[in-house]
Write a protein that binds this ligand. Structure first.
Ligand code: G3H
Length: 538
């Protein structure tokens, strides 16, 4: 039986330091440098964490946020378009070192908000305190690393090139107006992984936070307002179809930066009337498999598969969502793994060492149950003792075996704590699964024989974008490229690559004649241009 006390406390059992600092009755949104007050309709926000007593638990109410309409969406768009001013606006033409200064000011304004924002992340999406803190700190590191990377890019771009008698200086210029939408599982970090590079490269922005993980943007509104010129950053809230749909239909969005499902990404892209104008930077679904070879170190494999499949309840695009284990070691693996799954620490997000926490809502629990029921009806069993149990918004991690291609869990991205396991004798089985999959993000391979591992790397490396050896799949470190083939992504994100996703190479060129040399020297010496210059940003 699940320990409901650990999961769902009564109000007075919540330790004082982790009480929710709310409710947050948010009415504000940010357009054209003004924090406006909304008086229309609102979306109520509830936590995945239920509170109550004696088995009467209800999701805790956290507050509300505005449901803006087409009108406000278009006002935000006008502000961003006006500020970009066809690339002639103050922000896109601002000297790089001035944009860096704004970002530095912003990161220093954001740091003191850590406690408030971590509390909001923890309560709103049910992420463990430890992971919510990591999300905040990783985002600060990402901003600082991006600033350093921009300096490097600027230094490299400051030199002149000379080919076939033509002198040129090549830099990267902004693309225009970016619509920036992050996911609920990393509402801060994954939004900022596109927002920060887009900003620093000189684009103007409309941010539409995800459905869940919204309230944490409230303390940021004043920070955006203080640190950037009016219209550079605009923040709107509401139904995606109304807000983002209206923006895309306008044809004035130059870049769609979206982390979420390919279905929504495709719907948004199709709304844009000028597909050639639109650039998309997308992080989408995946079905990353673990392949366990017969000689794998089982202790290590179990530890990594556990982390890979269950960190933040498996709600990571990089989570291990399918496990292939060799027939020879399948019994030992299943025993050890299901034992480890049953021992996973679950409870309220502020509890120490917690791994599994409540899911966003009852629909998610119902979806987990549908996947399990479907697999059971088609011949799978629940292997771990506590599997299949649920209570309110919590679903206990469930190991299913043997899974086959008739089951929904074989094909669908579960994005939750249900772990399908298949056994194989011929290595072609997992390789075929990856080859036929509509997704192509990452894979993990477990084994100790270098030859066997090498013979897996070669057929897989052109199917996915990262192969992890004896390690779970993951995005980080953020300096490494994060991308995917097929339906898993468009564009590459890393500190280095994201700067390139949100900019385009652009150059000033001139035939090398005495006249042109004099003109170029004069522009450089008298610092007449923000683009054409050779100064060094320290
Ligand atoms: O949800 C997808 C995230 O980008 C995964 O990042 O591997 O660092 O948890 P992570």
């Amino acid at each position: 039986m699940l320990n409901t006390n650990a999961l769902f406390p009564s109000e007075n059992e919540i330790p004082a330091e982790y009480q929710f600092n709310g409710p947050v009755e948010q009415q504000e949104y940010l357009i054209d440098g003004k924090i406006k007050t909304w008086t229309g309709s609102f979306q109520e926000v509830y936590s995945p964490v239920c509170v109550g007593k004696e088995n009467q638990f209800t999701p805790k109410r956290l507050g509300k946020y505005p449901l803006l309409t087409e009108k406000e969406s278009l006002e935000a768009l006008d502000a961003a378009v006006k500020c970009y001013e066809n690339g002639r606006g103050a922000w896109p033409t601002l000297a790089v070192k001035e944009r860096i200064r704004c970002l530095e000011y912003f990161v220093n304004t954001m740091k003191p908000l850590r406690g408030e924002m971590v509390n909001l992340i923890m309560w709103e999406i049910g992420k463990s305190l430890e992971d919510a803190e990591k999300e905040f700190d990783r985002t600060i590191d990402y901003i600082n690393d991006t600033i350093e990377e921009v300096k490097k890019l600027d230094r490299e771009s400051s030199r002149f090139h000379m080919h076939q008698g033509i002198l040129a200086q090549i830099r990267r210029g902004p693309l225009g107006v970016v619509l920036c939408m992050g996911p609920f599982n990393y509402p801060l970090n994954e939004t900022f992984c596109t927002l920060i590079p887009a900003l620093i490269m000189g684009n103007t922005l409309i941010i539409k936070p995800p459905k869940k993980g919204v309230l944490l943007y409230r303390p940021l509104l004043a920070a955006f307002q203080d640190c950037f010129p009016a219209g550079v950053v605009n923040v709107i809230y509401g139904e995606g179809a109304v807000t983002s749909g209206t923006l895309m239909k306008s044809g004035k969005i130059d870049v769609l930066a979206f982390i979420g499902s390919s279905k929504v990404a495709n719907e948004l892209k199709k709304l844009h009337p000028y597909p050639n104008r639109l650039r998309s930077v997308l992080g989408l679904e995946s079905k990353n498999p673990a392949i366990i070879l017969p000689d794998a170190d089982l202790d290590l494999t179990v530890k990594e598969c556990l982390l890979g499949a269950l960190s933040f309840n498996g709600q990571r695009c990089t989570a291990l969502k399918m496990i292939f284990v060799h027939n020879k070691i399948k019994d030992r693996f299943l025993e050890q793994f299901s034992d480890a799954v049953d021992k996973v620490k679950y409870g309220a997000p502020w509890m120490k060492g917690i791994m599994n926490t409540p899911l966003p809502d009852m629909n998610k629990v119902a979806y987990m149950q549908q996947l399990v029921d479907d697999a059971l009806a088609k011949g799978a069993r629940i292997i771990n003792k506590n599997g299949g149990q649920s209570q309110g918004t919590f679903y206990f991690p469930t190991v299913l075996y043997p899974v086959n291609d008739t089951m929904r869990i074989y094909h669908e991205e579960q994005f939750g704590p249900v772990i399908p396991v298949l056994s194989y004798t011929n290595i072609d089985a997992p390789i075929d699964y990856i080859t036929q999959s509509p997704y192509g993000q990452q894979a993990s391979i477990f084994g100790i024989d270098p030859q066997a591992l090498a013979s897996m790397i070669d057929p897989l490396i052109n199917q996915v974008c990262r192969i992890n050896i004896n390690s779970q799949c993951q995005r980080g470190p953020d300096n490494y490229p994060f991308c995917g083939r097929k339906n898993s992504a468009e564009g590459t994100l890393s500190v280095f690559d994201a700067l390139r996703c949100f900019s385009i190479r652009t150059l000033v060129a001139a035939k090398k004649t005495p006249l042109n040399e004099n003109i170029l020297s004069s522009i450089l010496q008298d610092r007449r241009s923000n683009f054409l210059r050779t100064d060094y940003i320290f």
